[in-house]
Design a protein around this ligand. Structure first.
Ligand code: SF4
Length: 348
């Protein structure tokens, strides 16, 4: 059975409760020193006792938590109220702080051919609470571990699922994270396969928070992209270009850039021809940053780019004046590709 949102549970327990009680409740959820409702000192005791009996402190619990040898990456399979499972990751970042990667769906309907999650199919959207609780889970985790202590400075929606296919819950979760944590919108990134109707909705939505967007481009050659991503189509790149113009117009005052994610697959999208197509496309879009991502899903027909091909591709982009970053490979000893860990555990 689909879990019920916390707000609904709260008001079904306390139909007469004033709105400020729920705000107290929500704020307390983000205190990593608390482990249950009994510690919410500004709430009446009978209310706390009812909450402890009737509601779970977290909407998920960890089924497996893995730690990389370098202790710079932790990966958890978490079980939700209906026994479905998603992955969430905690990574040490370049600032010496931590980034949390959250999932937005159980499985994914997009079917990208290089992705472990894409092979699982789609089960359901996560509730906003279940997204936010992935952050809360890691916050508590860091609080308990003195050797891994530190601040969570970034959240990326790059785990399982397509965040924009779960628009309302993702938007609600971002709103709550912005209200209840010390994170600003530029420290939250939503990654999308490029769902154009939803990207257009973002531009028109006055309440969509000013978070960063990353589009999983993976190729600026239409045929290559269609072969890698069944959600792509002939006019996708031209339509994305049009959308990017409207996005930059809306965000003119924010000096905002777009990020294109680009997973490097040997002989598939890492040739000179592909680099040239990407350079041309990046120039047409304008304020773009390309993230080149080493490929690390072992159960796939694809292979990671050879080091020499990767380096040549990166150099071609840099020489053409395109802003390019190479994503660090982290946690490859703990089944790095998103979804891969769940697939492996289910086989066991
Ligand atoms: S890459 Fe993202 S959008 Fe594509 S199948 Fe995997 S989880 Fe879904």
């Amino acid at each position: 059975m689909m879990p019920i949102a916390r707000k609904e549970q709260f008001f079904s327990l306390f139909p007469e409760a004033p709105a400020f009680r729920f705000r107290q409740f929500e704020t307390a959820l983000f205190d990593p020193t608390l482990r249950d409702f009994s510690g919410i000192s500004n709430m009446p005791l009978p209310m706390r006792e009812t909450l402890d009996k009737q509601m779970a402190w977290l909407s998920l619990h960890p089924a497996h938590v893995l730690e990389s040898v370098k202790k710079d990456t932790y990966k958890a399979i978490v079980e939700l109220g209906d026994k479905t499972r998603v992955e969430t990751v905690l990574m040490h970042n370049a600032r010496g702080q931590w980034t949390v990667c959250v999932s937005a769906q159980v499985g994914c309907a997009m079917g990208c051919t290089f992705c472990a999650t894409g092979k699982m199919g789609f089960t359901r959207n996560l509730l906003s609470d279940e997204i936010v609780d992935q952050y809360r889970f890691w916050k508590i985790f860091l609080h308990k571990q003195s050797e891994a202590s530190g601040r969570i400075s970034n959240i990326v929606f790059m785990g399982m699922g397509e965040p924009l296919a779960n628009y309302d819950h993702v938007k609600e979760s971002i709103g709550q994270l912005l209200r209840e944590t010390d994170l600003g919108p530029t420290h939250i990134t939503v990654s999308t396969v490029g769902l154009l109707p939803m990207l257009r909705k973002i531009v028109k939505d006055p309440e969509w928070p000013a978070v960063r967007l990353a589009v999983s481009l993976h190729s600026a050659d239409s045929d290559t992209r269609k072969a890698m991503m069944p959600s792509s189509f002939d006019t996708f790149l031209e339509e994305l270009l049009e959308w990017a113009k409207s996005y930059f117009e809306k965000n003119e005052s924010r000096r905002r850039h777009l990020t294109f994610e680009y997973v490097m697959l040997s002989k598939i999208n890492d040739t000179e021809k592909h680099a040239e197509a990407l350079i041309r496309f990046a120039r047409r879009v304008g304020k773009v940053r390309i993230n080149l991502i080493p490929y690390n899903f072992t159960g796939s027909v694809y292979r990671d780019s050879l080091p020499a091909d990767f380096a040549r591709f990166e150099t071609l982009l840099k020489d053409a004046g395109v802003t390019v970053m190479r994503r660090r490979t982290m946690g490859d000893d703990i089944a790095a590709a998103c979804g891969q860990l769940i697939v492996e555990k289910e086989k066991q």
